[in-house]
Design a protein around this ligand. Structure first.
Ligand code: RIB
Ligand code: CA
Length: 319
């Protein structure tokens, strides 16, 4: 994959790991021109996840990146938030003042339409939450598909899952919109739970953040809270799921990938939201007109180093 500076829109549901992912993108302007952040209900309700972006930007002193709120529920069912992971605010841990900045007032899919129409080059979409905004944007404005470079998303799983034994939270939350996205014919890069798990930050490593500047200490507060959920699961690391597609777009050489047919199970008591990855190979992949780039493995040390470098950069930039 050619690595270049991309015009991107990050669609997210902060969420501790969404917040860290946004910080990694902010710290790498040589790779990302962030046209805007759009928010979607998932980890917490829409108003809470939107406020979390605004609070983080105000706290860090980030200016000039528009934030637009999207859908407050999945297409066909009410949102099932994850307060048991991210807390009542959706980003418990750091104590941040109420935001002063505000959203654009545009709905997320209107912001996407306007921005993509006006952009002089193709735009990369980076969904880090349920795919409601992305799916309904593609359904509402199918003619704009030609101006989308690719969709690099955190979502799905190869064998397992997290919210269900066989389903990952983002896809589980809105499997119907996930199906719209996966069946869109657009190039899709899928960062599944298994690869994200491999890239976790060890509890011992995050202690270093305490010694850093304002941004590193903010990250430490995020990790300290979110890490409690990871430790409860018996993990030796904090899994920052959402930074995985961001770092892939920067350094694809750190990853192993496979081109696979991936279908979305949209219903079922045990498998709703399952991303059915077809490893049968041969004719089964040949017949698949739009295989997905599935990230299967990552070089953990090099992967987490990108985060450490990002926090150092942001400490210097934002104090
Ligand atoms: O399954 C992990 C995903 O669900 C991440 O995007 C996390 O932020 C939550 O949205
Ligand atoms: Ca997320």
């Amino acid at each position: 994959m050619i690595v270049k500076k991309r015009k991107v829109i990050i669609d997210c549901d902060p969420g501790h790991d969404d917040a860290v992912a946004i910080m990694v993108a902010l710290a790498n302007p040589q790779y990302f021109d962030i046209l805007g952040i759009t928010t979607v209900a998932g980890n917490q309700t829409l108003d809470k996840v939107t406020k979390n972006v605004l609070k983080m930007f105000d706290y860090l002193g980030v200016r000039g990146i528009p934030v637009s709120a999207g859908y407050s529920d999945p297409l066909l069912r009410p949102v099932q938030t994850a307060g048991f992971v991210h807390g009542d605010s959706g980003m418990d841990g750091p104590v941040l003042p109420e935001p002063v900045s505000t959203t654009t007032g545009l709905h997320a899919i209107e912001f996407m339409r306007k921005t993509i129409e006006q952009c002089d080059e193709k735009v990369t979409l980076i969904p880090l939450g349920p795919l409601t905004n992305i799916g309904l944007f593609l359904k509402t404005y199918p003619h704009l598909k030609e101006k989308i470079e690719c969709i690099a998303l955190m979502g799905g799983s190869i064998y397992g899952g997290n919210i269900l034994a066989k389903a990952e939270f983002n896809i589980f939350q809105d499997p119907d919109c996930a199906k719209i996205v996966f069946d869109s014919g657009l190039p899709i890069i899928m960062a599944p739970t298994e690869c994200c798990d491999e890239g976790g930050v060890l509890f011992s490593e995050q202690e270093e953040f305490k010694k850093g500047g304002k941004v590193s200490r903010f990250a430490y507060d995020l990790f300290e809270y979110y890490g409690r959920y990871c430790a409860k699961n018996g993990w030796d690391r904090v899994v920052i799921y959402d930074m995985t597609p961001i770092i892939y777009l920067m350094k694809p050489e750190l990853f192993e990938t496979q081109q696979l047919r991936v279908d979305i199970e949209t219903d079922g008591k045990y498998c709703r939201g399952c991303t059915v990855c077809d490893f049968r190979g041969g004719a089964h992949v040949e017949k698949c007109e739009d295989p997905k780039t599935v990230l299967t493995h990552v070089n953990r040390e090099a992967f987490v180093q990108v985060l450490f470098d990002a926090l150092k950069y942001l400490d210097e930039k934002y104090g």
